[in-house]
Design a protein around this ligand. Structure first.
Ligand code: CMC
Length: 428
């Protein structure tokens, strides 16, 4: 294959080098395009634009493949712990026993948050959305650790910030939940592992013992892994672009959380459950809602369906769908919402509109049913997605900074008014 692409522009020929990835995916390197031709490319929504090379995650949307650092999502979800996957994403290799023990111990030592963080809750009105609280709480960590503002710290100091973030995220998430129901905060217990600690902080009552359920904790571990990274999506790209200005890591992750909040991205998991509930309340007629989703005059979309890159079944959704049945059975939960979800999926997959557009269930379609069975309110669903995605965002940020990538600054094609004289107020 030729190693260049040729572009003919207003009578001028330019050769553009090709970049070929590990799996033979081809990119046209246009970094010299503007200096050689004066033109820029235009690709609103970045549907055809690679923003970076990356060695973290490989995704083939046509074949439904997802791998982190070469390991399949099926293997990782079935055989590892969330902290192992976090180590893999951030450090590029699976930890050996000693490395894993050190990683877990280091993270355990940072689980407490400053007591003053509790004061922040006093200023929020009752019912504030947990995602808004999470962006603020994570961003506020930069005030408690001001040394993180220095972009040129040693890698050891940066490593400490990374461990702090991973350690404090479950503490903050559980705190948001406890504050939302008016219960006292449960402090971390560093004798417990990552997931057990999170479940304890979330569901233990201060007045009672909490008995861990291994089935539930296993499901939580799997859900966190399934959300851990997904290459250059809206939130990961946000983290990279904010980080490219050398903003501190807490601010970058807070920006990623804000991007995740939108209903077209991570916020879809809350919307899916609300949609399934409204279908149930409406009598359970899936076909009616399929018709609404197809109607271009109706803003309704089938939440949890479709994906920018998957034009095949999302492999994460496949794993979650299977787990959903298993977990609900093991927990003895009989949720009519699951039946509605299955009916809706069946009807959509048999409908020409969805078939032609290759719209399949995505990761968010079934995850909410498990979260609900575990006992989380819907407003917490996207926060749980953020907790899972944290190592992926960190890995994307670290890769970008280690390569000393330039500040992200897209161009535009200006379509506004040409230069015109200013009109004084009394003459307008
Ligand atoms: N329901 C009905 N129609 C849809 C849907 C849907 N969920 N998704 C896409 N379409 C249609 C869309 O109207 C368009 O039709 P047409 O070609 O006739 O104009 C076509 O399919 C292509 O859609 P698009 O909006 O151009 O695709 P996109 O790549 O820009 O958007 C998406 C991807 C995920 C934003 C979109 O599929 C969507 O809005 N899905 C529902 C929200 C959702 O579940 N989001 C979670 C994504 S997975 C978790 C994550 O990683 O964030």
């Amino acid at each position: 294959m030729s190693q260049t692409a040729r572009l003919s522009l207003q009578g001028k020929e330019v050769e553009l080098p090709l970049v070929v990835g590990t799996e033979n995916e081809v990119g046209i390197d246009i970094s010299k395009l503007r200096s050689e031709t004066g033109a820029v490319t235009l690709d609103v929504g970045y549907k055809n634009t690679g923003a970076t090379t990356s060695a973290i995650t490989y995704l083939d949307g046509e074949k439904g493949i997802l791998r982190h650092r070469g390991y399949s999502i099926e293997d990782l979800a079935g055989k590892s712990s969330f902290l192992e996957v976090a180590y893999l994403l951030i450090n590029g290799k699976l930890p050996n026993k000693q490395e894993l023990a050190e990683w877990e111990n280091d993270i355990r030592r940072h689980t407490l948050v400053n007591e003053d963080m509790q004061n922040i809750f006093k200023s929020w009105p009752t019912g504030s959305h947990p995602m808004g609280q999470l962006t603020a709480m994570i961003s506020s960590l930069s005030s408690f650790y001001p040394s993180s503002l220095n972009p040129n710290r040693t890698s050891e100091a940066q490593g400490r910030t990374i461990k702090r973030l991973i350690a404090k995220m479950p503490t903050i998430v559980a705190m948001i939940y406890k504050k939302s129901i008016g219960h006292p905060v449960i402090y971390p217990n560093n004798n417990l592992d990552y997931v057990d600690n999170f479940m304890n902080m979330t569901f233990k009552h201060v007045t009672e013992d909490y008995i861990q359920d291994p089935v539930v904790n296993e499901a939580m571990n799997k859900l966190l892994i399934l959300h851990a990274d997904h290459e250059q999506n809206c939130s990961a790209s946000t983290v990279r672009i904010v980080g490219s200005s050398h903003a501190n890591l807490y601010a970058c992750i807070s920006a990623g959380i804000a991007a995740l909040w939108g209903p077209l991205h991570g916020g879809a998991n809350q919307k899916v459950l609300e949609m399934l509930n409204s279908i149930k309340d409406d009598g359970g007629n899936a076909a009616k809602f399929i018709e609404k989703a197809k109607d271009k005059d109706d803003p309704f979309r089938l939440m949890g369906f479709g994906h920018r890159v998957y034009k095949n079944y999302d492999p994460r959704a496949k794993i979650i769908k299977k787990s959903c049945d298993d977990i609900l059975n093991k927990m003895g939960v009989n949720d009519p919402i699951l039946e509605i979800a299955k009916k809706l999926e069946e009807a959509a997959l048999a409908d020409d509109y969805f078939v032609e557009r290759k719209l399949f269930p995505n990761v968010d379609f079934y995850s909410g049913i498990i979260y609900r069975a575990i006992g989380f309110p819907v407003e917490m669903f996207t926060v749980l997605f953020a907790m899972g995605r944290l190592p992926g965002w960190i890995a994307q940020w670290k890769e970008m900074r280690e390569e000393n990538q330039a500040i992200g600054r897209p161009r535009q094609i200006y379509t506004g008014e040409p230069a015109r004289p200013f009109v004084p107020l009394d003459q307008r």
